[in-house]
Design a protein around this ligand. Structure first.
Ligand SMILES: [Zn+2]
Length: 266
């Protein structure tokens, strides 16, 4: 595939971060997305597939530079930037929370239409065209445990939060957990589809895994203190929402007091 006009290698390709032996994050400028790769002796687990088939092809090639092992894909959730690139990985096993397949079936067309329009508004026709041509692969229900050969990963749903089906990929022997958009670094968490009342407890459950490195769905890997701070801010949002619902605080005042000013209110 030729590069679209205006695209640069910097814009298209990513930056590897080796977290520990055989466990990688890869960061992209586009939406500050962060995806993951976990290598075992027998197979490789790819965590999220980027936002369209063109982006997914770059990611799949980067994975192939690191390993020739058979690939399994785990999707953290159904938002297009995490799962519309799956087809580029070919006929592989694709795993997610059962709610992810339902959310893809329900929302893929709307997500595509919304974001194709956004990219066209920005003058990024190349990404708009790639997204318009991308169809997400329906995932199958993830087993709780996956043996990659000498390394076991745990696929966990810790509760509702960013969506109703967030899957976290826990790599106990590496002391790393991939949290998807339950954790966002560099930008406020996305509350648009969130269950804000449930999200803080889900992050407490994430902290109770005891991992030193938490890989967010966007931004740089963080530690538990960052997750705790985000949990506490989301609790403030949840408390404000509860007061609005109880009629003791106006929505305007709640938005003004929000720890995430300017983030669309749930
Ligand atoms: Zn998301």
């Amino acid at each position: 595939m030729t590069d679209p006009p205006g695209a640069t290698m910097e814009g298209m390709s990513g930056t590897w971060i080796e977290l520990t032996e055989g466990v990688f994050a890869r960061r992209y400028a586009e939406l500050d997305l962060t995806v993951g790769l976990v290598l075992g002796a027998e197979r490789a687990l790819v965590i999220d597939t980027r936002g369209d088939t063109h982006q997914g092809s770059e990611w799949a090639a980067a994975v192939r530079d690191r390993t020739s092992a058979p690939i399994t894909v785990a999707l953290t959730h159904a938002h297009f930037d995490h799962c519309f690139g799956t087809a580029a990985f070919g006929p592989v096993r694709v795993l997610a929370h059962p709610g992810c397949a339902a959310a893809i079936a329900r929302s893929a067309d709307d997500q595509r239409a919304e974001w194709v329009a956004r990219y066209r508004d920005r003058g990024d026709d190349a990404t708009a065209d790639a997204l318009a041509a991308s169809v997400p692969v329906p995932p199958e229900p993830a087993p709780p445990r996956l043996d990659l050969g000498g390394r076991v990963v745990l696929l966990r749903h810790l509760g509702r939060g960013h969506t109703d089906h967030d899957l976290v990929v826990d790599v106990p022997d590496a002391d790393v957990v991939f949290a998807g958009d339950l954790v966002e670094e560099g930008a406020p968490p996305d509350l648009a589809e969130a269950d804000v009342a449930a999200w803080p407890a889900t992050l407490t459950a994430l902290l109770e895994l005891g991992r030193s490195i938490v890989v967010p769905g966007h931004g740089a890997p963080v530690g538990p203190e960052f997750v705790a701070q985000q949990r506490d801010r989301l609790q403030e949002v949840a408390d404000l929402c509860a007061r609005v619902q109880a009629g003791t605080l106006s929505a305007e005042e709640a938005a003004r007091r929000s720890p995430y000013p300017g983030v669309p209110w749930p």
